[in-house]
Design a protein around this ligand. Structure first.
Ligand code: MN
Ligand code: MN
Length: 459
């Protein structure tokens, strides 16, 4: 009977029961690199800039249209500094398809409005419009830092970063003291803090004159000194407030990583590390860091943009290959995080199918909601391919599903890749507290996601 069980049952094991001490060492090494990347990549622009720096160190060169491409060549193409595509040209023709891994580097945050600055009761504030799916109550009474760019009328773009480096000031949205919160506490969690209530406090000392808005004027004079900007320049600014928490190890055993932006920079980094490790692959390997996933993959830098098709069409044209023929033979890992089962909230999960911390890379056949609506739903054959690939390459992985049926749902870039006629499946790191200002992942799962992407690239 024991043999029957071993032969017929599918049983998963904790990843730490499956790896050698040597591989445990590699997990730690990888996690340390990832934590450094995450700490300095607080916006999509910063993630792209950091990725380009590392890519150039690894021999990647900027792609120019018409450039002669040969196998083994490493190129990258920045899309407006907010999204990035990298490729290592394969030995085989693109007529045999490419191996694509796509993650996103935008994360939920608080964008400043275009007229953000005002004074109320001798305090200065920025008004915000939140970006992506957030629980608003999580964003008050935590330290915030400010990142972004201001495009001036002169054509010059000024970069702004305040609060990341030690010694710099930070910002905060105030919350109501419990003593006076009797009415607030009766509201639902969705209503207790409103979108228009997410106003960031930025100053309190008045300018030395007799007119009104003296604190606002004093803040503007500081901004003018530091960045040469005036109030009108906010109109053409992209500034956002993000949590000012340092990335840190979590737990006595240091096995987890807490930080802002694991969704989806943990997968973006896995892809980067993987494509940096690829040498002279059989098929052309492509790594995408996309923008705008959190708001539907729209726009010029989102995954629905023609920028990706233009890049791929250029690569295909250099080999005389039709783009559509390349796509139909290609394979894409939509590298995005999944929700990890949380013992604090078991009711929303279906334990047999939710991914678990330390059980490896999470493979999500489908996302969507209300009867798989809005998902590309990978085919059985694609999942079969993944099983074989990961078994052959020692990738520890698990199936993932976004909670109980009809509990909620979500989406990724997968459907936009699949709509291009590319076989696509979601795969990534299980996350606790997804979309919170401080998310948690396991080092082990981050490393296995890197290993999974690398296995696909090297197949
Ligand atoms: Mn995501
Ligand atoms: Mn997300």
């Amino acid at each position: 009977m024991e043999d029957m069980r071993a032969k017929l049952f599918y049983e998963q094991k904790n990843g730490y029961d499956l790896i050698s001490p040597q591989e445990h060492g590699q997990v730690e090494e990888y996690a340390a690199d990832y934590m450094r990347f995450l700490d300095t990549s607080r916006t999509e622009r910063e993630a792209v800039a950091n990725a380009i720096d590392e890519a150039e160190e690894c021999g990647f060169v900027p792609y120019e249209p018409g450039m002669e491409l040969h196998s083994g060549m490493k190129i990258y193409c920045s899309n407006r500094g907010k999204a990035l595509m990298l490729a290592v040209i394969g030995r085989e023709s693109l007529a045999n398809g490419a191996v694509i891994a796509g993650a996103h580097v935008d994360c939920p945050r608080l964008d400043l409005k275009q007229n953000p600055l005002y004074e109320s009761d001798e305090l200065a504030f920025f008004k915000t419009h939140y970006y992506g799916g957030i629980k608003k109550y999580q964003w008050v009474a935590i330290p915030l830092e400010l990142h972004g760019v201001v495009a001036l009328k002169s054509g010059e773009t000024v970069e702004v970063t305040v609060g990341r480096r030690a010694g710099e000031p930070r910002f905060v949205i105030t919350d109501l003291l419990p003593h006076l919160a009797a009415d607030q506490m009766k509201k639902t969690m969705a209503e207790g803090i409103t979108g228009e209530g997410l106003n960031i406090i930025i100053g309190s000392v008045p300018y030395a004159d007799e007119e009104k808005d003296r604190v606002k004027l004093a803040v503007l004079s500081i901004l003018n000194d530091c960045y040469g900007i005036t109030e009108e320049d906010f109109l053409s600014a992209e500034l956002c407030a993000v949590p000012a928490f340092d990335v840190s190890e979590i737990g006595f055993d240091r096995s987890l990583i807490g930080g802002y932006g694991h969704d989806d920079r943990s997968c973006a980094y896995a892809e980067l590390k993987a494509i940096f490790s690829v040498e002279n692959p059989r098929r052309t390997c492509v790594c995408i860091l996309a923008d705008k996933e959190e708001i539907g993959s729209e726009g010029v830098t989102g995954m629905q943009s023609a920028a990706f098709d233009t890049f791929m069409e250029d690569l295909c044209a250099s080999q005389g290959v039709d783009l559509r023929r390349c796509y139909e033979k290609s394979f894409c890992l939509s590298a995005d995080v999944c929700n990890a089962f949380d013992p604090n909230f078991p009711d929303v999960s279906e334990k047999r199918n939710d991914s678990k911390i330390n059980y490896g890379m999470g493979i999500c056949k489908f996302t969507g909601a209300r009867g798989k609506y809005d998902t590309s739903d990978a085919s059985a054959e694609v999942v079969g391919y993944i099983r074989k690939l990961f078994a052959e390459n020692g990738v520890i992985w698990q199936m993932a599903e976004l909670g109980k049926v009809d509990q909620g749902g979500g989406g990724t870039i997968a459907k936009f890749m699949a709509n291009r006629n590319i076989d696509t499946i979601d795969a990534g790191v299980p996350v606790l507290s997804m979309h919170a200002p401080f998310e948690v992942v396991a080092k082990f799962d981050c490393y296995m996601t890197f290993k999974g992407v690398l296995a696909a690239y090297n197949d």
